[in-house]
Design a protein around this ligand. Structure first.
Ligand SMILES: *Cc1c(COP(=O)(O)O)cnc(C)c1O
Length: 347
């Protein structure tokens, strides 16, 4: 099976497994795991932060971060289709009493004016006060969109004047860096808290991290334990993440090329279904609106050809490239999918 459902489906390579087996470990709740401590230092330095906290999931890293920035009853604003409001099952409200409001932007691409337009800091006793803004980079449901560093910079400058803080959901910041050439330090500079994932395109089996000041990370460490995610000998997981950082960042450009190749092959037969120029990274969104076959029917036909994709709406098919999909396999997809798409639009 060629599995293009997500970049979370990657399996640890033999080399990664060897690194995991040989990792020095200790009890991380006591702060004794040398591999976890080293990883937290490595990643926080990479992004220019004082400290980091390893978490089992990116959702937890996001949630620990935003609860440091937003008090109960205050407001976080973010894009309508961002992971924090669409895929974390109301965690901000359920666990932290955080309310959210959203702006919508095409492909999830940040325009600083959108959040600035809806932000309402210091709203007094009658209306909810905005205290933080979350930005997702790359934007997952937007189709792997890389955010403009100029818009991020403008948003930071203007939101600081309003006394707001900023969180970066950087689950795929690795892809953004490879596609844009913007350094991790530069990305880190404009945010108060950051989350990153090791278990997406980087190929580690488990693990994410929250980054911030020493003080916020000390508090997040307490909340992580309170949420039941204080972990013990996690050095083996940290070693997988460390291996991924060393070996699997530069190669993301292969995934981006593969995604472009998919998009071009489909565009060639059905130009309105996908614009290859809008495929910034490793996610390809196909909009099948107007066809006489549903996305799930195309998905079934793909499956019988040995290809797995996912539907994210009745007419939307999503394909994600990653390190367990070779360019030969992409060539195979290109020999099947464009024809299916073309047939879906024939009367
Ligand atoms: C995958 C992802 C996360 C974290 O997801 P978990 O499954 O909780 O690790 C966070 N943000 C974005 C944009 C993601 O794609």
């Amino acid at each position: 099976m060629i599995d293009l459902r997500s970049d979370t489906v990657t399996k640890p390579s033999d080399e990664m497994r060897a690194a995991m087996i040989n990792a020095p470990v200790g009890d991380d709740v006591y702060g004794d795991d040398p591999s976890a401590n080293a990883l937290e230092e490595r990643v926080s330095a990479l992004f220019g932060f004082e400290a980091g906290l390893f978490t089992p999931t990116g959702s937890l890293a996001n949630q620990l971060a935003i609860r440091q920035l937003v008090k109960p009853g205050e407001e976080l604003i973010t894009e309508t289709f961002s992971h924090i409001v669409r895929a974390e099952l109301g965690a901000g409200a359920a666990f932290s009493g955080i309310t959210t409001r959203t702006w919508e932007s095409p492909r999830g691409a940040l325009r600083a004016s959108d959040p600035l337009h809806i932000a309402r800091p210091d709203s007094g006793p009658y209306q909810v006060s905005t205290t933080a803004i979350a930005v997702e980079n790359t934007h997952n449901f937007g189709g792997g969109t890389v955010q403009s560093i100029d818009e991020i910079r403008t948003l930071r400058t203007e939101s600081l004047k309003l006394g707001l803080t900023m969180h970066l959901d950087g689950a795929r910041i690795w892809n953004a860096h490879i596609a844009s050439g913007v350094s991790f330090l530069e990305y880190g500079k404009y945010f108060d808290t950051v989350s990153v994932c090791f278990s997406k395109g980087l190929g580690a089996p488990v693990g994410s991290m929250m980054l911030s000041t020493k003080e916020r990370i000390a508090s997040a460490r307490i909340w992580r334990k309170r949420y039941g995610a204080g972990m013990r000998q996690i050095g083996m997981l940290a070693a997988a993440a460390d291996f991924a950082l060393t070996h699997n960042i530069e190669r993301l450009s292969d995934d981006h090329e593969n995604a472009k190749s998919l998009a071009r092959a489909i565009h060639a037969v059905a130009p309105h279904v996908v614009n290859p120029d809008e495929v910034d990274t490793n996610i390809v969104i196909l909009d099948l609106a107007g066809s006489h076959i549903s996305a799930s029917d195309i998905n079934l036909a793909l499956k019988s050809a040995g290809i797995l994709a996912s539907t994210v709406g009745p007419t939307i098919l999503r394909l994600v490239t990653h390190l367990d999909v070779s360019s030969d396999q992409i060539a195979k997809v290109n020999s099947v999918l464009p024809e299916l798409v073309q047939r879906a639009f024939k009367s």
